[in-house]
Design a protein around this ligand. Structure first.
Ligand code: ATP
Length: 318
């Protein structure tokens, strides 16, 4: 049985607030899917409906074709980490043992998941003294107790230090390589972009983008190239002929009759860096510069989710 997550025409309002509006996306086994949007865009509401914690007004959210509530053994199929809050007086180990009993996982599983998330040495400390990063690890350990095929994680990277971020990236990629379906939410693309294969971007409850991360990258990415002045026209012509869109050339001229002389890099969209390099080579043009800055991805994310001010304002509300 395939354990894909499928969200179809999902909607939910709280009074006047349309938290989720006619949302459609899938998350596939063997892939890490990032569920992204600014604060307040409806991510937690969607995940809550997927996990049977909230009722949709319309539409469905299914796992392997079934709503969570109808799954045969839900906790052994889906592992969820919606918040990293734990009883402060319980040790990490005690917390896991209680959760383990509730879902009927074997006793040996507690030590296994502690080891998997790197918490073995802190297992006997009270969770109240855990750092946010340690609480995130404990939440992940809890989600893994039933050795589920599907993981649903709400902001799992939030609060992790750079080493923790690196660790969780590798860990989630490893889980996906075992064929698991991993869906993680984040409000920061920079946190998610090195972890995810696929992206679902929402804004104010509505779908803005769903597809492989590369599609978002290539769709909006500008490649910058430069060459000696005498090859500039040939390069622009070759790139344009290959289907690229060449950005405005800013240049200087000392008087109106003189041609524009520009030395600024040329911005190209619609072609990736490899293609641009090959086209220049085929045209016999030696490039003095070729780059495809990653910031463009962040820019296209901001375009999808609203302008920067909008994003900050939404963040401030939560
Ligand atoms: N129980 C509730 N009652 C009323 N409004 C709610 C409730 N839950 C969520 N909302 C509203 O629905 C919208 C979506 O909230 P949600 O928590 O799903 O967003 P989010 O993307 O998860 O945000 P964050 O990243 O801040 O957790 C927000 O406007 C929020 O205020």
């Amino acid at each position: 049985m395939s354990h894909a997550i499928e969200v179809s025409h999902l909607s939910k309002s709280f009074g006047e607030v349309h938290a989720v509006r006619d949302l459609n996306f899938t998350a596939q086994p063997g892939r890490v899917t990032g569920f992204l949007g600014p604060n307040g865009s409806g991510k937690t509401t969607t995940l809550s409906m997927l996990l049977g914690l909230a009722h949709p007004d319309a539409g469905t959210a299914t796992i392997g074709g079934m709503p969570y509530a109808q799954l045969d053994r839900p906790a052994l199929t889906v592992g969820a980490a919606l918040s990293a809050n734990f009883h402060a007086a319980h040790t990490g180990r005690a917390h896991l043992d209680i959760a383990r009993r509730a879902i009927g996982a074997p006793e040996t599983r507690v030590a296994e998941v502690l080891g998997l998330v790197g918490l073995s040495d802190s297992a006997n400390r009270k969770a109240g003294g855990y750092s946010l990063g340690m609480r995130q690890r404990l939440a992940l350990a809890t989600a893994l107790l039933g050795d589920p095929d599907v993981l649903v994680l709400d902001e799992p990277v939030n609060g992790l230090d750079p080493e923790g971020i690196r660790w969780i990236r590798l860990f989630l990629r490893h889980l996906a390589s075992e064929g698991k379906t991993v869906l993680l939410s984040s409000h920061l693309l920079s946190e998610a972009q090195h972890t995810v294969d696929d992206l679902v971007v929402i804004r104010r409850g509505e779908l803005m983008f769903a597809g492989p991360l590369n599609d978002l990258q290539s769709g909006a990415r500008t490649v910058f190239v430069n060459t000696a002045a005498e090859h500039r026209a040939a390069l622009v012509a070759a790139l344009t002929a290959a289907g690229g869109t060449v950005g405005t050339e800013w240049g200087k001229r000392r008087h109106a009759a003189e041609p524009v002389i520009s030395t600024a890099p040329i911005g190209v969209t619609g072609l990736d860096a490899d293609q641009v390099g090959l086209i220049a080579f085929a045209a016999g043009v030696a490039l003095s510069h070729l780059s495809a800055p990653e910031a463009e991805l962040e820019l296209s994310f901001l375009e999808l989710t609203g302008d920067a001010a909008d994003t900050v304002a939404e963040g401030a509300r939560s």
